[in-house]
Structures are given as structure tokens and as C-alpha cells.
Design a protein around this ligand. Structure first.
Ligand code: 5GP
Ligand code: MN
Length: 320
């Protein structure tokens, strides 16, 4: 555990950053920590440097103050890295992080080897927000902080569904529910609700998905032409891989979208037998046992051939 107040006391400028393509846990943890530090140190300048998160999270306090430009010239006294498994995943934030005289890393990715001066990495936690909740002192917490932490836990646990939810995680959710905010609204509007076009691309991905390896693997992909046709970004395809995963009989679901010609962002989900973090890390990515990702080169079929070899190998070992 880190004494966040002690480590930031006296700092005039505090930077908070998370990983590229921020999700609910990344956005929630950055904004929760910002609010908490502002409550504790009203005179400090606390800045969240982060790629623009989805509009879905605009109800969180501090959303409009996020700096997605990373152009800050002033040196930061303390810099936090949240929910990022490697320094590279900080994207343009890495420059600010490297310049800071004091760095703190808080994360729950198993592949994180603790790249800051002070590290708190717990792969058993549901989310980075859970770790912040553990460390936050009640007297600097408020409804806005609780809302942001709740959002992160909801998103990284698939609404409390995944095995990453422990007794401790549920206890923290219980404590957060004592604050006065609309939990159902957050779950409905940020997790389940889809725009019409998001549902269209989900439907299309399911329709065009292929089953292979005797129905143990399912895969689907979206290329640039389709993304341009529907006028969508990666944010509109969140959740597709999870829907693929719940196909009966499937052990591993793969969803990919084209970043550039012959370059794909790959998302993988496992139902338990296969460690997809291990496979993602072979291709320079990472994540968790049941949810991981990486970027791969080649055609869709090249990518699937490469991944299949490792999935097959793990399934064989599991059955032996
Ligand atoms: P998603 O499939 O939802 O994008 O990501 C699932 C998990 O894998 C997340 O915890 C995410 O941080 C991690 N992940 C996804 N892509 C990458 C990647 O390229 N590199 C690393 N290190 N982790 C990734
Ligand atoms: Mn996370």
C-alpha cells in the first residue's frame, strides 16, 4: 500500500496519467485520484494527462479539465501512472513521466513489473479503481470520487461478473454505494447502452464471425473500409469481443480491427482454460489471464494462424 497523502504532501504540481485508448477503469481512476488530491490539497495544481476518453464518461468530475495535448512545459513534482502495464502504454505521457523527480505506479496488470520509483501492483484486484479505494482516506473522499471509482470497477469487472471480483472488491463496492449517486444510471448508460450504429457494427461482427478449432475459437474482424463506411472509431466497438466470448462452447474469442494496412489491434477473451495474457505478450501486448490485447501485422488470416498455434498448444496442455 502507498500512503498517497504522505507521498504528495508539499507537491505544487501533480500529474496523473493512464494508458492510451483509455477505458472506464483508466478514466475513472485518473479522475478519482484528481478529485481526491484536489480535496486534500486545494492549492496544488493537479492535471490529468490522458488521450480524450469516450464522451460516455463526461459525467465524471474533471472530465472537461483533462489535458489530451500533453504539451505541458512545466516540470511536475510528482507523476502518477494508473492502470498502465508498461511505460510505453503511457503514449505521449511518457515524456512527462520520465521528467518527474518522483514517480508512482498503481496498477492491477499481472504483466506490470513496477516501472516507477514507488509501485503498488496487485494483479488480484478487479481494477485500478479498487486499489485507489483501498488507499484513499475517507476524509478526502466525496460523492464525485466515489462515482469515478465505482465506474472503474463496473467496467473492469463486466458489472461485477468476472472472477476478478473478490470479497474485498464487493466490500469496496458496498462502501461506495453509501455515497449518493445513481448507480443504475452509470451501469446502464456507460456499460450497456449502445448507439444505433454501435449495435449495427456489433450485429455485423456477430454475423460475419467464424468458428474454428472445433468451435473452441471464435473470431471476427472489422477493416478500415467498414469503419469509414459507418463513421466509427475503436470506441464504438467496445464490447464486441465480450459478446463473442459468451458463444456456447467457445474457449477463446478474438476480435480485431484494422489500425493501418495489414496492421490489426487484437482483443482476446478467454473462458478460463487459455491464458490470453501469455499469448498477447508473445506478440508484444499484455493484459489479464482472461482479457488481453496486442497489435499484430499481416492479414486477418495471418493473425489468426499465428494466434491459433498458441491457443491450440495451451488447450492441448490443459487437456493433458
Ligand atoms: P481490450 O481487449 O479490452 O482492449 O483489453 C483487454 C486488456 O488487455 C486490458 O487490460 C488492456 O489493458 C490489455 N491490453 C490491450 N491491448 C494491449 C496492448 O497492446 N498491450 C498491453 N500491454 N496490454 C494491452
Ligand atoms: Mn484496469
Amino acid at each position: 500500500m502507498i500512503d498517497i497523502i504522505k507521498e504528495t504532501e508539499g507537491a505544487e504540481r501533480i500529474a496523473i496519467m493512464g494508458h492510451v485508448r483509455p477505458d472506464g477503469d483508466c478514466t475513472g481512476s485518473c479522475l478519482a485520484l484528481r478529485r481526491y488530491l484536489k480535496n486534500a490539497f486545494p492549492k496544488a495544481c493537479v492535471t490529468v494527462f490522458l488521450e480524450q476518453p469516450s464522451e460516455l464518461f463526461s459525467y465524471l468530475d474533471g472530465y472537461d479539465e483533462i489535458d489530451p495535448s500533453f504539451l505541458e512545459k512545466e516540470r511536475q513534482d510528482v507523476c502518477f501512472s494508473l492502470d498502465s502495464s508498461t511505460p510505453d502504454r503511457l503514449g505521449d505521457g511518457l515524456r512527462i513521466f520520465k521528467d518527474a523527480p518522483k514517480t508512482i505506479c498503481i496498477d492491477h496488470h499481472i504483466s506490470n513489473n513496477g516501472f516507477a520509483q514507488i509501485n503498488f501492483i496487485d494483479p488480484d484486484a478487479s481494477s485500478t479503481c479498487e486499489l485507489l479505494a483501498l488507499m484513499f482516506e475517507k476524509k478526502y473522499m466525496d460523492t464525485e470520487t466515489a462515482k469515478a471509482l465505482f465506474t472503474g470497477i463496473v467496467h473492469d469487472s463486466g458489472v461485477f461478473q468476472y472472477s476478478c471480483m473478490s470479497k474485498r472488491s464487493f466490500e469496496i463496492v458496498g462502501e461506495l454505494s453509501e455515497y449518493d449517486f445513481d448507480r443504475t444510471k452509470i451501469i446502464d448508460e456507460t456499460f450497456y447502452q449502445k448507439t444505433y450504429v454501435q449495435n449495427q457494427i456489433l450485429g455485423r461482427s456477430l454475423l460475419e464471425s467464424i468458428l474454428f478449432m472445433d468451435g473452441k475459437c471464435i473470431a471476427s474482424s472489422v477493416d478500415r473500409k467498414i469503419m469509414d463506411f459507418y463513421n466509427i472509431t475503436y470506441k464504438d466497438m467496445d464490447g464486441i469481443v465480450n459478446q463473442l466470448r459468451v458463444t456456447k462452447g467457445v474457449e477463446v474469442a478474438i476480435f480485431m480491427y484494422e489500425l493501418h494496412r495489414r496492421e490489426y489491434k487484437v482483443s482476446m477473451r478467454s473462458n478460463g482454460k487459455v491464458d490470453v495474457a501469455k499469448i498477447a505478450s508473445i506478440f508484444g501486448g499484455g493484459g489479464h489471464v482472461r482479457a488481453a490485447g496486442c497489435t499484430m501485422n499481416g492479414t486477418v488470416y495471418d493473425v489468426l494462424n499465428n494466434l491459433s498455434l498458441h491457443i491450440e498448444e495451451q488447450l492441448r496442455e490443459y487437456d493433458d
